[in-house]
Design a protein around this ligand. Structure first.
Ligand SMILES: C[S@@+](CC[C@H](N)C(=O)[O-])C[C@H]1O[C@@H](n2cnc3c(N)ncnc32)[C@H](O)[C@@H]1O
Length: 670
C-alpha cells in the first residue's frame, strides 16, 4: 500500500509502478510521462480504472460526488509534470527561474533550498574558439541523449603538444605527471579529460568565469541567458568538485549580478556547510566613467570560497597596516622584574631618543608647529618599529580565566605598577597586567611582508589593499576585460597551498593564475578556449620561464626557469569543415560527402545508409547547397576526438600525438 502522503517517495514509486503496468505507458524501465498526461487529459477509462482500484490514489486524485468519483485531472497532470516525480529537464520548468526544491527529489525528501531553472539537468557545451566566433548554445540532455552525453564527456585526445623550458620549445619529450599544463579547448571537455589522472588531486581551483554581463569581450560566453549561464557553471562545478583533493578549496570570483545565484548553486553542488565566508575585493576606485552612473558606485567583486571536505584549509593571512596610535606606551627596560618596569608615553620616549626633551624643543628646532607635528608622527612610527618589544597597548580580555580575573582585580589595586601573571599552567610566556588590563606588545603585530618587517593585521574577508592600477602591463599581455592582478592570485595561492601543490584555473584568460603559480613553485593546470595570439597565456608563461619581472616577480624572488607543456583538444571535424568551405567543385564535395558518411563526427541525426542511397541527388545540388548540407552533417557536439578512438585511421592522429596522449592518460600521478 502506497503512503497517503503524495510527497513521499513510496507514493510516487507506487504510482510509477501502477502506470508502468499499462503497456501504452511503458518506456524501457520507466514510464512515458507525456503519454500518461495525454491519457489523463482524455479521461482515458482504463487509466481511471487503474487509479480507482488503488484506495490511496482514488482518495487523492478523485473527489466523491453524488454521481460517483470525479477525476481531478489537473492535480494528476500537475503531479506527473512535477520534476521530482520523474526527473527530466526538457519537459519541466520551461522558462522560469526561481527558488524551488531540489530537482531530483520530492519536496519532503530534502531540506535544502536549491535553484531551479530550465534545462538544469542538461549539459551545456558552451564554448567558442575565437574572440568573435559565436555559435548556438548546444545543450545535451541527460535524459534524451544519454549516449551523446557519454560520448561528449569521454576523455579526449590532445594534439599540438609542445614543451617550453629555458631552452625554448620542443615537440619531442615525454609527458610527465609533474608537468605544468596549459590546455586549449572547451573547459567542460578538458575538465572531464583531467578526471582519470587528477581526480582528488587538486589543492586549489581559482576561477574567474564570464560574469554574464553582456560585455563586449567573450562575445559568446558573456551573453548567456541567465538559465544557460547557470547550466554552464553547474556542469563545470560538478567536475571541479571531483578534481579537488580532500583538503582542496575552490575560489570563484564574480560580480554582484550573478553572485547570489552562483552562491545558491555552489551550496547545492558542494553543500552549504562547505562554504567559507566569501571575500569582497575592491577592484576599482570611483573614478572615470563609473561616476556618471546614478546611485552607488560599484567598486567591488565577490569571491566565493568552498572546501571539498576539511574546513580548516586556509592559513592565517596578514595585511600591512599603518602604525596604530593606541600602541602608545613604552616599557623602558624589560630586563628588570615586571614590578619594576618603568613606563613612558611613546611620544616622550621618541623625543628623548632623538635628543629632544619636549615637543617645544622640536618645534623650535624646526621653526614650525605644523612641521613638528608631522615629524613627531614619523619619529613615533619609527620608534615603535625599532622598539616593538617594548611598545605596548592594553586591552580587556574577552573571556578571562579564573586565575586571570583574580589577577586583574589585584592589578587594579596596584595603580600603574605592572604585574606578571602565569595564566594557564604550562603557558610558554607569562602575561602582564597594568591597571587591570592586559599588555599587548607591538612586536606581535609585526610580520615580514615582501622582505620588510611591517605592522600588520589579520586578513579579513574584505580585501581593499590589492591594486588594479598597473594590471594592463602585467605579464606582458593584455586582456580587454577580466584580467586579474597577480597580487590577488599570489594571496590566494599563498593562503591555500604549499610549493608543489596542484593549482587549477579552468577560465585561464591571459594566464594570471598559471603565471603566479609558476613563479611560486606550485604545479598548475590552466584551461582556456580562446587563442589570444600575442596576448595568449602560452606567450605569458613563456615569458615567465624566461624570467618575466612584472607582477609579483620581485616580491616572490622570481628569476626564471621551470617549464610547462602546452596541448590542444584535437579538433577533428573542424578540419573537415575547413575543407568543405575551401572546396571549389562538386567533385571535391561529393568526395567529402562520402567521407562524411563514414566519419566519426557524423551527426546522429543523419543516417549513413540513406546518405549512400542519395549520393546522386546530392551531386545534383548547387555548390552552396552541397556545402550547407555537408556542414549540417557534422555533429557539432563531437568536434573532438575521443582518446578511446584515437587509433582509428580515419582520424589520422599522428604517432607523436598518440604517444603523448598515452603518456598523459596511462602514466598515473604518484
Ligand atoms: C574573465 S576571463 C578570465 C581572466 C583571467 N582571470 C585573467 O586574469 O586573465 C574568463 C575566461 O574564461 C574563458 N572561457 C569562457 N568559457 C570557456 C569555456 N567553455 N572553455 C574554456 N574557457 C572558457 C574565456 O574565454 C575567458 O578568457
Amino acid at each position: 500500500m502506497a503512503s497517503t502522503n503524495p510527497f513521499s517517495t513510496s507514493f510516487s514509486e507506487a504510482l510509477l509502478e501502477l502506470l508502468s503496468q499499462d503497456p501504452r505507458l511503458a518506456a524501457g524501465t520507466s514510464v512515458d510521462r507525456l503519454a500518461a498526461i495525454q491519457l489523463a487529459r482524455r479521461f482515458d477509462a482504463d487509466l481511471l480504472r487503474r487509479l480507482l482500484a488503488n484506495d490511496v490514489f482514488a482518495n487523492y486524485f478523485f473527489v466523491s460526488t453524488d454521481l460517483g468519483p470525479v477525476f481531478k485531472k489537473d492535480l494528476f497532470v500537475d503531479y506527473l509534470s512535477n520534476k521530482s516525480f520523474l526527473p527530466d529537464s526538457y519537459t519541466a520548468y520551461a522558462n522560469k527561474i526561481g527558488l524551488a526544491t531540489d530537482s531530483r527529489n520530492l519536496l519532503s525528501a530534502r531540506d535544502n533550498v536549491v535553484l531551479n531553472w530550465p534545462y538544469k539537468d542538461a549539459i551545456l557545451e558552451g564554448g567558442q574558439d575565437k574572440e568573435d566566433a559565436r555559435r548556438d548554445e548546444v545543450f545535451h540532455n541527460a535524459t534524451l541523449a544519454a549516449d551523446e552525453v557519454g560520448r561528449l564527456l569521454n576523455p579526449k585526445a590532445f594534439g599540438k603538444w609542445v614543451k617550453v623550458d629555458a631552452d625554448g620549445e620542443s615537440e619531442s619529450f615525454t609527458v610527465s605527471p609533474a608537468d605544468n599544463l596549459i590546455l586549449r579547448g572547451n573547459n567542460l571537455l578538458v575538465l572531464h579529460s583531467l578526471l582519470p589522472r587528477y581526480r582528488g588531486k587538486i589543492k586549489l581551483i581559482y576561477i574567474d568565469p564570464p560574469y554574464n554581463v553582456g560585455d563586449d569581450s567573450f562575445s559568446y560566453n558573456d551573453r548567456f541567458s541567465h538559465s544557460t549561464w547557470l547550466t554552464f557553471m553547474r556542469n563545470r562545478l560538478e567536475v571541479a568538485q571531483q578534481l579537488l583533493s580532500k583538503s582542496g578549496v575552490l575560489f570563484m570570483q564574480i560580480d554582484y549580478k550573478e553572485f547570489a545565484y552562483l552562491k545558491v548553486l555552489a551550496d547545492e553542488v558542494f553543500g552549504p556547510e562547505k562554504a567559507l565566508p566569501h571575500v569582497t575585493v575592491k577592484t576599482s576606485t570611483p573614478a572615470g566613467f563609473k561616476v556618471i552612473n546614478p546611485g552607488f558606485i560599484n567598486v567591488t567583486e565577490q569571491i566565493l570560497v568552498y572546501v571539498k571536505h576539511e574546513r580548516n584549509v586556509i592559513r592565517d593571512g596578514f595585511v600591512p597596516v599603518g602604525y596604530q596610535s593606541d600602541y602608545n606606551q613604552v616599557v623602558l627596560d624589560k630586563r628588570l622584574p615586571a614590578e619594576e618596569w618603568q613606563v613612558l608615553p611613546i611620544t616622550e620616549a621618541a623625543l628623548i631618543k632623538d635628543g629632544y626633551s619636549t615637543i617645544n624643543d622640536l618645534e623650535s628646532a624646526l621653526g614650525s608647529k605644523q612641521v613638528a607635528k608631522i615629524v613627531l608622527k614619523q619619529m613615533v612610527e619609527k620608534f615603535a618599529l625599532d622598539h616593538a618589544d617594548n611598545v605596548f597597548t592594553t586591552y580587556g580580555p574577552h573571556k578571562p580565566s579564573k586565575t586571570l580575573s583574580a589577577a586583574m582585580k589585584k592589578s587594579l589595586e596596584l595603580g600603574s605598577q605592572i604585574m606578571e601573571v602565569q595564566d594557564e599552567e604550562g603557558a610558554a610566556r607569562p602575561k602582564y597586567l597594568r591597571k587591570g588590563r592586559l599588555l599587548a606588545f607591538y612586536a606581535a603585530k609585526l610580520q615580514k611582508i615582501d622582505g620588510a618587517l611591517v605592522p600588520t593585521q589579520r586578513l579579513t574577508d574584505i580585501w581593499t589593499d590589492i591594486s588594479w592600477d598597473s594590471l594592463s602591463t602585467e605579464g606582458g599581455v593584455t586582456l580587454r576585460n577580466g584580467k586579474k592582478p597577480e597580487a590577488l592570485l599570489r594571496r590566494i595561492i599563498d593562503l591555500t597551498t604549499e610549493p608543489g601543490d596542484l593549482v587549477l584555473d579552468y577560465h585561464l584568460g591571459s594566464g594570471t593564475t598559471a603565471a603566479v603559480a609558476h613563479k611560486m613553485g606550485r604545479q598548475y593546470i590552466g584551461i582556456e578556449q580562446i587563442e589570444y595570439g600575442v596576448n595568449d597565456a602560452r606567450v605569458r608563461l613563456t615569458k615567465v620561464v624566461e624570467g618575466d619581472q612584472s607582477g609579483v616577480s620581485k616580491a616572490v624572488g622570481w628569476a626564471g626557469g621551470g617549464s610547462f607543456v602546452y596541448a590542444e583538444l584535437l579538433n577533428h571535424s573542424a578540419e573537415f569543415l575547413a575543407r568543405v568551405r575551401s572546396s571549389t567543385s562538386t567533385k571535391q564535395l561529393v568526395q567529402l560527402f562520402v567521407e562524411a558518411s563514414r566519419a566519426s563526427f557524423l551527426s546522429y541525426r543523419a543516417n549513413p545508409k540513406t546518405m549512400n542511397a542519395t549520393t546522386e541527388e546530392f551531386e545534383a545540388l548547387g555548390l552552396d547547397e552541397q556545402k550547407q548540407i555537408l556542414s549540417a552533417l557534422v555533429d557539432h557536439n563531437s568536434l573532438y576526438v575521443n582518446y578511446g578512438d584515437m587509433l582509428d585511421p580515419d582520424l589520422a592522429v599522428s604517432k607523436a600525438d598518440q604517444a603523448h596522449n598515452d603518456q598523459f592518460y596511462l602514466e598515473q600521478t604518484p
